[in-house]
Design a protein. Sequence first.
Length: 293
Amino acid sequence: MTRVTLVGGNGFIGRRLAGRLAGRGTHVRVVSRRGGAAAPQVEQAVGDIRDDGMIARAAENADAVVYLAGTTSAKSEAAFRSLHCDAPRRLAEAAHRAGATRFLFVSAMGVARDAPAMADRSKAKGEDAVRAAFPGANVIRPALVYGPGDHFFTMFAGLVRGARAIPLIGGGRTRFQPMHVDDAAESMARIIEDPATAGRTFELGADETFTFRELIERLCAALGRRPWLVPVPFAVAETGAFLTQWLPMAPLTLDQVRLLKTDKVMRAPANGPGTLNVRPRALAGYLEELGAQ
């Protein structure tokens, strides 16, 4: 691949993927709403991917297009559908017309048309829409992706250091297979670079499986803190989120609570990173880094 467009390429995974591709001589076009820092081999395109003009620009002269944009904080089915289904479908159609040979849709583990969370339902529909619009499209389902500046351990490390109690929604029983962001980015780069992977669905998770409670317990141990871990039933968490999600600094939306009702684990390990000759690192090393900060 000589020219790759990354939609949402200034996000947590996208920045690492852009760096890897650019470092291998690929010209990378990053499409995002806020733009990013200039870098060799990386072109920044600022705009909303839901706009027809930006869709056309994203697809123009691209050999491959990767759709990384997503959210868990929308509050309506229509908002999720717009970003997770309609926009990637239109982009896939444009990329196919423009002559791109590869299209990757970054979905998530746990998606299903009947999932409890709107975010998961909309991404399941997005997978179907992209496959129909672009023959040979890839679907990528990452696990909980962690690393410096992530959305999970960074937030909970702050809570563990400063709070006396940490709520465990649903009793902390949701299961995860967390994967380091560098391993996820390397896996995606290899998918883009290997024509033989076209049309396949990949699940990017590491070998270790943890419950939500176990992740927090390991984080607490790494930081040398012992806050009270308080199980919170889903019904209580949903009620609280429903009543507060419209506040400017609401901690959780109702849909984010419902995301925890679905395990985020690989359904088909044969389609995991091992297929790409990527060996995900163990979580313990990163937790040691956090503890040393």
